[in-house]
Structures are given as structure tokens and as C-alpha cells.
Design a protein around this ligand. Sequence first.
Ligand SMILES: Nc1ncnc2c1ncn2[C@@H]1O[C@H](COP(=O)(O)OP(=O)(O)OP(=O)(O)O)[C@@H](O)[C@H]1O
Length: 135
Amino acid sequence: MPVNPPSPQPRRFPAVLRQRAASFGYAFRGVAAALRSEIHLQFHAVATVLVVGLGFYFHLSPTEWALVALAVGLVWGLELANTAVEAVVNLVSPEYHPLAGRAKDVAAGAVLIGAVAALIVGLLIFGPRVWALIY
Ligand SMILES: Nc1ncnc2c1ncn2[C@@H]1O[C@H](COP(=O)(O)OP(=O)(O)OP(=O)(O)O)[C@@H](O)[C@H]1O
């Protein structure tokens, strides 16, 4: 009795790629929406452009660029997460609730810690150079 050859597997690779591309699209849409609505993020965008400009001006080393990139990414990431927490809290608890307040305060605290760390990195990397430029 003839044996049928195994039927070829459906080609799922392009579908997976499409799904990944869509996920990236949603993520970029999230960043764009947060940028439009959050004044803090608009401030970070301006600060990021300034920091990158200063980095080129002062010819940062690769290690310094890595630290600056981590600091900038940390602040952006935490600010976006904070925006997401605020949106969810506003959705599930539009009325006053101590837990809602705590969630927002803790998320804001995470941004604060990240911002202080980024400030320290910025002062250590740019501080001496800016100082030498002025004096
Ligand atoms: N539903 C709530 N229940 C209890 N406390 C809340 C509630 N919403 C906000 N709060 C308190 O008010 C603070 C400010 O909340 P708000 O939603 O204005 O956030 P925000 O940090 O000012 O954010 P943004 O300025 O980015 O909108 C919170 O950190 C929290 O302490």
C-alpha cells in the first residue's frame, strides 16, 4: 500500500513576523500617545535631545555613551510605566481609594529614583566638562 508523503507544514513564519511587527506598532503607538498627553515625557524628549547633543559635543567614550543611554532609557521606561499605572488606576478607581493613591505614589516614586540616578550619571559625566568650559 503506497504511503502518502507527509503534508507540508503550513508556512507560519510570515504570520509570526506580522504579529511581531504589529506588537512593535502598538508599542510605538503607546509611546506616541504618552508623549502627546504627558508634559513630563515632553520634557524628557527635550532633555534627551540636549543630552545627545552634549554627548557629541564632548566626544563621549563608548562606556560613557553606554551609561548615558542606560540613564536615558531608565527614565523613559519608568515614566512610561508610571503613565500606564496612572491610566489603569484612573480606569479601575476613578473615586478616591487609599490603594489607588498608594499605587500612583509608588509609581511616581519609581520615576523619582530613576531620575535621581540619571542625574548622578549626568553630573559625573558632563559636570567636569561643563565646569571646565565655564571656568
Ligand atoms: N483615585 C485616587 N485615590 C486616591 N488618591 C489618589 C487618586 N488619584 C490620585 N491620587 C493622589 O493624588 C496624587 C496625584 O495624582 P494624579 O493623578 O494627579 O497624578 P500626577 O502624579 O499628578 O500625574 P500627572 O501630573 O502625570 O497627571 C497621586 O500620587 C495620589 O497620591
